[in-house]
Every structure is written in C-alpha cells, then in structure tokens.
Design a protein around this ligand. Structure first.
Ligand SMILES: CC(C)(COP(=O)(O)OP(=O)(O)OC[C@H]1O[C@@H](n2cnc3c(N)ncnc32)[C@H](O)[C@@H]1OP(=O)(O)O)[C@@H](O)C(=O)NCCC(=O)NCCS
Length: 177
C-alpha cells in the first residue's frame, strides 16, 4: 500500500515531506500558531526548526512502515501553504485524513481541494474501504472542509481534550460518494 509521492489537487500540489522544507515549514507553522494551537495538540509557542525536523524525520519513518503518508502542500507559485496526511491508526480498511493550512492562505478553498484529491487517492489504496476525518465538535472550520469534501457525520465519541479549544466531543465523519 503505497500512495504517489506527488498529488495534483489543482490549485495546490501535495508533495511527500522532504527535509529541505524545514525552514519554510517552521515559518509557516510559527506564523499560523494562533489558528493551529486551539485544535492541534502538537502546535506550541516553542515550536522551532528542530520540532519540524523531527516531524519530517518521523514522517519518513511512518511512510516507510506504511502507517502514515504525510504531504506538504504548495500553491502554484511554490509557496508552502499547509500540510495534509493519511493515517492508518483507525485500523484495517480505514484511512484517516488530517490537515492544517498556513493562515495567510486560509479561506481560498485550498484545503477542500487537497482533501478531495487525497480522498480519491485513499479510495484506490488496496484494502481500503472507508475514508474518515475526525474533528472536535467545536472545530467549525475543519467540519466545514470535511462536509464540503463529501464527509458525513457517522459517530460522536467522548474523549479528553488535548488542545485549548477542544471539547470532550469528537465528530467522526466518513466519505460518502
Ligand atoms: C481547518 C482548516 C484547514 C480550514 O482551512 P481553510 O483554508 O479555511 O479551508 P477552505 O478554504 O478549503 O474552506 C472550506 C470551507 O470552510 C469554511 N470555513 C472556514 N472557516 C470556518 C469557520 N470558522 N466556521 C465555519 N466555516 C468555516 C469556509 O467558509 C469554506 O466554505 P465556503 O467555501 O463554502 O465558504 C484551517 O482552519 C486550519 O488549519 N485550522 C487549524 C488546524 C485544524 O483545526 N486542523 C484540523 C484538525 S481536525
């Protein structure tokens, strides 16, 4: 089960993470912290290049062992505008998609396009029959992206909040063609 290293999503292109993007990714994350911190537990004020480097190294390992396939997103001018990935942690047959956008590129439909393209890829992977997105019940932006990309709510689960704006409720959505 190995997806393509580059995925064309129209307005954005997804590229498997590479070490040479450490500095640009760190800048993108740091300038987006006010929007990332509320719902992403890994996004912290102290985020630095070492943290990004560790993330990219882990991404390479996870890609190699087939557990996660993460991509940086670039616009048509080559700017790094966010990230998106596929994860197998929900178990056999299921791909979970997660994402964040660089704040200065938010609201342009980039993430909706990226989720659509990655969902099409996920559905072609051998043994995969469901594609899911999980987001906090208070995360309206993530819910809107998922809904626009064709994901419908299938379940609500209670779990401990891990980021400042998270509630105790997570919504699980699945793609419906
Ligand atoms: C979720 C996130 C990626 C959305 O990025 P984005 O650039 O707004 O995405 P898009 O431009 O594709 O927007 C898709 C839709 O969401 C809507 N939307 C965006 N923010 C919204 C909000 N706060 N409330 C309701 N809808 C919202 C947009 O209006 C758009 O719909 P429209 O085209 O009908 O107007 C971005 O807000 C983000 O990175 N958030 C922090 C990280 C995060 O929460 N990741 C997901 C964890 S589960």
């Amino acid at each position: 089960m190995e997806p393509p290293e580059t995925i064309d999503a129209g307005a954005v292109v997804l590229r498997r993470w590479q070490p040479q993007w450490v500095d640009e990714a760190t800048t993108a994350i740091r300038e987006s912290l006010p929007e990332l911190k509320p719902f992403l537990a890994w996004a912290r004020d102290e985020h630095d290049a070492d943290a990004t480097r560790a993330f990219i190294e882990k991404s390479a390992e996870s890609w190699a062992d087939g557990t996660e396939f993460t991509y940086a997103m670039f616009d048509t001018t080559g700017d790094l505008v966010g990230a998106i990935g596929m994860m197998t942690r929900m178990g056999p047959g299921v791909i979970e998609i997660g994402y964040w956008i660089r704040t200065s590129y938010a609201g342009r439909g980039y993430m909706t396009a990226a989720v659509g393209a990655l969902t099409r890829v996920a559905r072609t992977l051998p043994g995969i029959d469901r594609v899911a997105i999980r987001h906090d019940a208070a995360n309206a932006a993530s819910g809107a992206v998922a809904a626009k990309a064709g994901f419908v709510e299938v379940e609500r689960v209670t779990r401990d909040p891990e980021a400042p704006s998270q509630t105790d409720t997570e919504i699980i959505r699945e793609y419906r063609a």
